[in-house]
Write a protein that binds this ligand. Sequence first.
Ligand code: TMP
Ligand code: ASP
Length: 250
Amino acid sequence: MTLSHGELLYEGKAKRIYASADAQQVLVEFKNDATAFNAQKKAQLEHKGRLNCQISACLFELLERHGIPTHYVGVADATWMVVQRVEVIPIEVVLRNTATGSLCRETPIPQGTALDPALLDLYYKDDALGDPLLTDARIALLGVVSAELRQRLEALARQVNAVLQPFFKDLGLQLVDFKLELGLNQAGELLVADEISPDTCRLWDLSSTDANERILDKDRFRKDLGGVIEAYGEVCKRVQGACPEPRNCG
Ligand code: TMP
Ligand code: ASP
């Protein structure tokens, strides 16, 4: 179904953003497109949009119940979400509780090393540059965030981890790492934005010890493991089992 919406404001790899009748809000359509390695690998995965929309809605509401501000307003349909209009800060915040992925490709840290406190990495959000890892000096040079905003952004990301990690653990899922995007609304409030889903989190099934079988996130697509949608469906089922039905404002 296509919702009534205003002009297309932005199309990303996994979502389209449309204007809505309310100038303070926008509509997000979650697409079935899957991409990896900066869109060098692409596929259409039926149901992905719906699953990521519903999982994100539940997780945003969970954060909200813990007093963490997010851009989420409500769902409008299976693949549509209403969110506050924010100016997205061009920084991707990655929290790592367990070493894997780029951390293990780029450093000698062994796969599976527990990281406590979580390692927080900041990347510059720019597809043309391949989202490069930032350093303190590069952040200062780019002037991309003030020291004060950076401190708030990092504190907020750690609060999100402190809510999500035990939540997923109770569902039998290990929150290995995840990526957050944050934005400022018109009132200048810092909010968690974008989505929180198996596209942006690594989740391992705690009931499996097999290094591939346990993967319930986009690594199934990145590594050609198959069963991508089945894995997202399993995450959705567990998350929905622990959360109220997302509020509908369509
Ligand atoms: P990485 O190990 O490839 O740096 O990924 C860390 C986390 O960030 C992982 O949960 C996947 C997520 N991620 C995104 O959401 N978008 C991206 O473009 C990349 C590279 C990673
Ligand atoms: N989201 C990124 C891309 O499309 C990378 C990834 O998640 O692996 O290409």
